[in-house]
Design a protein around this ligand. Structure first.
Ligand code: OSB
Ligand code: MG
Length: 374
């Protein structure tokens, strides 16, 4: 049971070590929205809203999430006694359409807070069983194919258990084939198109079938299922859906329609942990593997992804790279690291989200704050 009496929103700036280009846009200087949740009894935790600056992945941006939290979502929580974090999703979702990332920031914070209060690592509170998470890397679209090959080789040498190659028309079959030739048959490769294709490209996408990919992620429109089902019929390679899966219902629709065979779960995209866990459980019962995607999170958002990915049906490597892959300096200390076998440790030695937040560093890179009270 908890009662939030204060939520502090912060916008920080963190610059990626290199620009991250996907088919729908490019990110470098990230504007990140952090939340600090305070319980009436003194417990406190941090969470992260995974919106970007531009609406090229989802319709939400930092500039939609901030006022939605302030005006619509936070007032539903502040001063209200909530029995369990599993109640928060419905509280925030009722008669509020969309805004999943804004909802998730508060909802996940409530799970983090409840774990702190229960004296349990977040992973264990939600039923996580893994001690470490297999990690893959997501490689943005590179300047040329040689740069891509070099990055893929470097990543495999560093221990990453999966290499995801961002593709778009003009940077697809030939580039992926060149990487496959360079890294060999055994390497776990996949491609992510972030909606860059239509069904008219089915023949081209079918050429990827010969390259031994683990999956092709979200080739078609961000909110589509029906066309993905038509495409899956034409491909041997499993489709994995990302953008299109915004709730448990959409995951069930994917299975009903045969629109994909794997789901990339990002808790922000589905409105938080309750929906993520429900999708995980449903997929487990249907024999659909899941993995945890990333949104270039700071070390705070990463803590939630790592805890989520410790659930048993997260059987494929997640996009959970260590801090140094993204940032010169992360907002948590110690930073997230990965061992030589591509494993990231689940923090199990302290209650809550399991990381120390570097508040002095956060203060230096904060550009605005807003305090919300019951
Ligand atoms: O499609 O998975 C995606 C980053 C921003 C927006 C969309 C995506 C991504 C990634 C990055 O692939 C994964 C990561 O955080 O390392
Ligand atoms: Mg994706």
């Amino acid at each position: 049971m908890f009662t939030l009496d204060r939520i502090v929103l912060r916008e920080i700036r963190l610059t990626l070590r290199e620009p991250f280009r996907i088919s729908s846009g490019v990110m470098q200087e990230r504007r990140i929205l952090l939340c600090e949740l305070h319980d009436r009894d003194g417990a406190q935790t941090w969470s992260e809203c995974v919106v970007d600056d531009e609406p090229n992945y989802s319709p939400e941006t930092l500039d939609t999430a901030w006022p939605t939290i302030v005006r619509v979502l936070a007032p539903r929580l502040l001063g209200r006694t909530v029995d369990a974090p599993s109640d928060v999703h419905d509280l925030l979702d009722k008669d509020v359409r969309g805004h999943n990332m804004a909802k998730a920031a508060l909802e996940m914070g409530c799970w983090g807070l409840a774990a702190t209060q229960a004296g349990l690592p977040l992973s264990r509170m939600i039923g996580g069983t893994r001690e470490s998470i297999a990690t893959g890397i997501s490689l943005g679209i590179q300047r040329d194919v040689h740069a891509l090959i070099a990055k893929a080789e470097e990543s495999i040498a560093a221990g990453y258990q999966k290499v995801k190659i961002k593709i778009a028309p003009g940077h697809d079959v030939d580039w992926v084939r060149a990487v496959r030739t360079a890294v060999g048959e055994e390497a776990h490769l996949m491609a992510d198109a972030n909606n860059a294709y239509t069904l008219a490209d089915a023949d081209r996408l079918a050429q990827l079938d010969d390259l031994g990919l683990m999956m092709i992620e979200q080739p078609l429109a961000w909110d589509d299922l029906v066309r993905h089902a038509a495409l899956q019929k034409r491909l041997r390679t499993p489709l994995c859906l990302d953008e299109s899966i915004t709730s448990l219902d959409r995951a069930q629709d994917m299975v009903t329609l045969n629109a994909g065979r794997i789901i990339n779960i990002k808790p922000g995209r589905v409105g938080g942990f309750a929906q993520s866990i429900a999708i995980h459980d449903y997929c487990e019962s249907m024999g659909i593997p899941v993995w945890c995607g990333g949104m270039l999170e700071s070390g705070i958002g990463r803590a939630y992804n790592v805890a989520l990915a410790s659930l048993p049906n997260f059987t494929l490597p997640g996009d959970l790279s260590p801090s140094a892959r993204y940032w010169a300096k992360d907002v948590v200390a110690p930073e997230w690291t990965m061992d030589a076998h591509g494993m990231v440790k689940v923090p199990l030695d302290q209650p809550g989200i399991g990381i120390e937040v570097d508040r002095a560093h956060i203060d230096r890179i904060t550009v605005r704050t807003e305090e919300l009270r019951a």
